[in-house]
Ligand binder design. Structure first.
Ligand code: SAM
Length: 219
């Protein structure tokens, strides 16, 4: 039988999975930054055939999936190398969210999905603080560095070079004891996006040369 801790972890993964199915496409390459227990990664892999890359600064992994650890600053992946990056309840834990988001902007090709706490009212902030003290005690997660609102996250996203394709309230992951969540889908604007690159046009001389090479079987 599951203990309360396992139940909470499974519930959180299922909850996030249900939210994400509308934004993640089957078979996509998904980098889960700040993956935590990695249970969500297993669901996305098994149910949607996604290729998961869990990444974290600390080891909270409870699965057999391999996690890539990094220094919280530079992601060890090439530019525009993954379809989607997940940042679920992570940015407020980062010392420098701008640094993290800039790196995410560099590696993400299609979209970045962010879940954050709403933090608009005094009540929101009280719940946010209480809940994170509980998380530190029960799971060992470090306390948040930032208690930002929707406007602050949106401002950061714009500054780093994202455009928002969706945003809205996503409910409370753990009922009335948890903060109300806000979700963002941000699309990276790359100065020379691969998808915007036009194929080179050949002049008639180059076309003849290419045809000759092909007819001689060199290609
Ligand atoms: C509240 S947990 C969320 C875990 C997971 N995303 C989830 O939804 O269950 C926050 C996670 O962010 C990670 N984290 C903290 N600072 C980070 C950083 N700079 N870059 C990446 N992950 C970070 C922590 O190690 C932890 O796994």
């Amino acid at each position: 039988m599951k203990n309360a801790d396992q139940w909470v972890h499974d519930h959180r993964a299922e909850w996030s999975y249900k939210k994400l199915v509308r934004w993640v496409r089957p078979g996509e390459q998904v980098l889960n930054l700040g993956a935590g227990d990695c249970r969500l990664d297993l669901l996305l892999k098994d149910r949607m055939g996604c290729e998961l890359i869990p990444v974290d600064v600390e080891n909270h992994n409870e699965t057999t999936l391999p996690v890539t650890f990094y220094d919280g600053k530079t992601l060890p992946f090439p530019d525009q190398s993954v379809d989607v990056v997940l940042l679920l309840w992570v940015l407020h834990h980062a010392e420098d969210p701008a640094e993290v988001l800039s790196e995410v902007h560099r590696v993400a090709r299609r979209a970045v999905i962010v879940f954050e706490d709403r933090n608009e009212s005094v009540t929101d902030r009280m719940i946010f603080r209480g809940f994170h003290r509980f998380l530190r005690w029960s799971q060992g997660f470090s306390l948040p560095h930032h208690e930002w609102t929707r406007d602050q996250w949106c401002h950061l996203a714009t500054t780093v070079g994202f455009k928002t394709s969706w945003e809205g309230l996503i409910g409370r992951q753990l009922g009335p004891f948890a903060s109300c969540g806000i979700g963002f889908v941000w699309e990276p604007i790359h100065s020379q996006s691969r998808t915007q690159l036009k194929p080179p046009t050949l002049n008639s001389f180059e076309k003849q040369k290419l045809e000759l090479i092909v007819s001689r079987g060199k290609l």
